[in-house]
Design a binder for this molecule. Sequence first.
Ligand SMILES: [Zn+2]
Length: 297
Amino acid sequence: MMDQILRATAANGMIKMAVITARDTVEMARAIHRCSPTASAALGRTLCGASLLGQAMKEDKASLTIRINGGGPIGSVIAVSDHEGCVRGYVDHPEVDPPRRADGKLNVGAAVGRDGLLTVSRDIGLKEPYIGSVELVSGEIAEDLTRYLLSSDQVASACALGVLVDTDASIKAAGGFLVQLMPGAEETLIDTLEQNIFLMDQLTVILDEDGAEEIFRQVLKGLEYHIVERAPISYRCACSRERVEQALSVIEPEELLDMIGEDKVLEIGCQFCDKKYRVTPDDLRCILAQRAENVEE
Ligand SMILES: [Zn+2]
């Protein structure tokens, strides 16, 4: 089954809910970065969160980045989504894999740490992106994201994100949900949602065995709801030769000349997809010449 985001409204529009299924997306991330099970979970949850928020943006060129720096051994966790919910990301130290928690679950909180910030930047093509951050509470990601949404968007929400790692370290299931209450929602709706979420089956088990629609059934139990959108998502990198050259063109001319002097072919790897770009001394001369032209203009 293809990875996708499904969106629904419930209780006459007072509740908005999105469910993401992202097994293939997270498996792709794991394979590219050779993630340990815990790193797969940390990166996978963050990718799912970014996709849910990014796909909700309406501007064509919009992108959304979640950056988590908790001071833990995994380093930073970065996930970027475009407006279609297609994501890319990486962690600084994908090999980090702390012992499991007492309940047998992967210890994402210990890998990520909780001494730092979760930062979300939304870029809608204006000069400056909109940036907001919150202090981490658990490093388990969904809880931290929920706090961000409350502080930044003033929207009460509940979020759960999960990655189920198979015994061979591949991804068995991944995804989650975000349910948001519109301002003015009645207390009884909050109670119903809280009760439903408390009683629901384990998220990754539903994702693995039943699929996205069962998550709606359980979270919105007792409420009338309509699925209003289904959008395919995937792991997709935005890198290109042009972008690599753009990045090189901001290097100081003296430094570029030094690089040309070394007469070596550079191999520049994309952080997100590991694609390798070869840059020859002649390419660098071109970049330098173009810069000289731009300066004259
Ligand atoms: Zn790339």
